[in-house]
Design a protein around this ligand. Structure first.
Ligand SMILES: Cc1cc2nc3c(=O)[nH]c(=O)nc-3n(C[C@H](O)[C@H](O)[C@H](O)COP(=O)(O)O)c2cc1C
Length: 426
């Protein structure tokens, strides 16, 4: 009923006010859930179209045609003008009948449609073979979760792009062309389940233990991680020189090409949880004085290079996400203001979505276990960028996710440990 009340009100107002009608359509945003402002504004448009199209003016008509015929990626009504009113009414009726909620809304990201707003974020299973190949237990694990109709996107666990950046034994590999075949089977089970598949690409930097990589760990600076005792081998890493940085940027691009060859819908660049790109981002681990250190812009230079190299290598038809450990929540560490600035520039550098999590504090936050415990950051970021923002952390139920979406905390909600425990979650 609320929707109808709002519609009537809006329709009556818009009937008298051309500027309002225009702004209703213009305010439509690619991230807006269908059941939210978009539906209301579309309805206002449809009603007006029926009432008196000509008096609404040509500009308005053109705007409406654009928005109903694919001008907005997330338009519910990507059909010809003759059918859209009926389709709209059908959608509205279904919504009323099922009590369809925000979490069940579709979203378009770089031309690909997710069936819901719920994301299974990367969770390392370490079910791979010794050298990082996909196994049968892994296929069953991902297949069972992708089948869950509440899940729109599955981001597979962090995969090492080069052995020098391998975080643990039995971590999934995307470092060699020989990995592509196994990854293809992984993508197939995810697609069969109906979810989009995104590969998380990672270089662990100083968190790569020498007993795993058989080499000396590298990082932005020769600094031991101020974090988790289980990360790395406790020795100071080598500071990366320009050649090492170039090689790493190249390795990200090569891994993304493998992800595309394996059929993934996109790749996520891991810059959270104290791994290499996060080590460049955080002032706690980046003490460089060259163009990769100091200002935030400099600390994000490698991100820019990675995004540009990856986009150049995979082309336009591929989602690029960045998992940003936006705030360290530690003295002297990165801040929420940094995350806002970073998200904005990452959008400019070509990211299609931003997945927010912790930096040096990793994926939990001391003193917080409420649903959406990084929402102070996600709200600030979402207010600044126009690409979809994914918030993960502490969500236990679908109604937690609904509440966060309704509150504008994010466009997508990640559900990690609950889906890990129960593939039929929700
Ligand atoms: C066992 C485990 C493994 C994880 N592996 C990854 C990973 O590979 N990449 C990543 O970005 N985050 C990883 N995370 C963090 C999750 O993606 C998620 O951010 C975290 O579990 C918080 O969300 P939740 O409260 O819904 O579980 C992992 C978390 C857990 C518990």
């Amino acid at each position: 009923m609320e929707v109808y009340e709002a519609l009537t009100l809006l329709r009556d107002k818009a009937a008298r006010d051309v500027a309002l009608r225009k702004s209703l359509l213009e305010t439509r945003h690619s991230r807006t859930p269908l059941s939210d402002f978009c539906r209301i504004s579309m309805q206002a448009g449809v009603e007006l179209y029926e009432m008196d199209l000509l008096s609404a003016g040509e500009d308005y008509y053109a705007a409406m045609r654009r928005s109903t015929n694919g001008g907005g990626e997330n338009s519910p009504l990507l059909v010809g003008e003759d059918d859209y009113y009926e389709l709209f009414l059908e959608e509205l009726a279904v919504m009323e009948k099922n009590g369809r909620k925000l979490a069940g809304e579709e979203l378009m990201v770089r031309g690909r449609r997710t069936r819901t707003r719920i994301v299974m974020p990367p969770i390392a299973t370490y079910l791979s073979t010794e050298d990082g190949k996909v196994t049968e237990p892994m296929l069953s694990y991902y297949g069972a979760r992708a089948k869950n109709k509440n899940v729109g996107i599955v981001v597979t666990e962090h995969s090492f792009i080069a052995v020098a950046g391998k975080a643990k034994a039995r971590q999934l590999s995307i470092s060699s062309d020989e990995d592509i075949e196994g990854l293809h089977s992984l993508v197939d089970v995810i697609h069969e389940g109906g979810a989009l598949a995104i590969a998380q690409l990672n270089h662990a930097g100083s968190a790569a233990p020498s007993e795993v990589t058989e080499g000396k760990a590298v990082s932005a600076s020769s600094v031991i991680l101020p974090t988790h005792p289980m990360m790395g081998d406790g020795t100071a890493p080598l500071e990366m020189d320009q050649a090492m940085i170039n090689e790493t940027v190249h390795a990200f691009a090569a891994a993304a090409v493998r992800a595309k060859a394996a059929g993934y819908d996109g790749a996520e660049i891991h810059s959270a949880h104290a791994y290499l790109l996060n080590q460049f981002y955080s002032p706690l681990t980046n003490h460089r004085t060259d163009e990769y250190g100091g200002s935030l812009e400099n600390r994000l230079r490698i991100h820019r290079e990675v995004l540009e190299a990856v986009r150049g290598a995979v082309g336009e038809d591929f989602i690029l996400s960045v998992r940003l450990g936006g705030c360290d929540y530690m003295d002297g560490g990165s801040t929420i203001d940094d995350s806002v600035y970073a998200a904005k520039v990452l959008e400019e550098y070509g990211a299609d979505m931003i997945s927010l999590s912790g930096g040096m504090c990793r994926y939990t936050r001391t003193g917080h276990d409420e649903a959406g415990y990084f929402q102070d950051m996600s709200k600030a970021v979402r207010a600044t960028v126009s690409i979809p923002v994914l918030l993960t952390g502490g969500v236990k139920t679908l109604s937690d996710a609904e509440d966060l979406l309704a509150d504008g905390a994010a466009d997508l909600i990640g559900v990690g440990r609950e889906l890990m425990k129960d593939p039929c979650w929700g």
